[in-house]
Design a protein around this ligand. Structure first.
Ligand SMILES: [Zn+2]
Length: 138
């Protein structure tokens, strides 16, 4: 599965979505951002490298830089909630309101590691874009 995913993502290299979905440095799209690839490795999922191992880009460009990722995280949670709401509405239209409530809350909690990781990658990609020449100039 890992191999297939890499092939699938290869065509996206150079686009921001590649860095976001594939845990890559926003500048060179080569080095990893998070130390582990599994968001459900709950002990380590939030650990990110300080600098890119390939282009030496400093991920947290200034102290508190990643606080802004909270806005992204909020937006993602809203998007997930709406998706869950719509999915239940379509699949189980007779559900009482508390089913929606429990499903959405459960969904947000279960997806928290994913939300956390995506939000930082998205946030970084607001400020940086792909510069492949930086890979060479190490
Ligand atoms: Zn890099």
């Amino acid at each position: 599965m890992g191999y297939k995913m890499n092939v699938m993502f290869a065509s996206l290299k150079g686009k921001r979505i590649y860095s976001i979905l594939n845990n890559k440095c926003p500048v060179c799209h080569e080095g990893e951002f998070y130390e582990v690839r599994n968001p459900y490795d709950l002990k380590n999922f939030s650990k990110n490298y300080e600098r890119c191992s390939v282009c030496n880009h400093k991920f947290e460009m200034e102290t508190g830089f990643f606080y802004g990722a909270m806005y992204v995280s909020y937006a993602l949670s809203v998007a997930f909630s709406v998706s869950i709401f719509v999915a239940i509405g379509v699949l189980f239209p007779q559900s009482p309101y508390y089913v929606y409530l429990i499903a959405i809350l459960t969904g947000i909690v279960v997806l928290m590691p994913v939300t956390y990781r995506l939000s930082r990658l998205v946030w970084m990609n607001f400020f940086y874009h792909y510069e492949p020449q930086k890979t060479a100039a190490k």
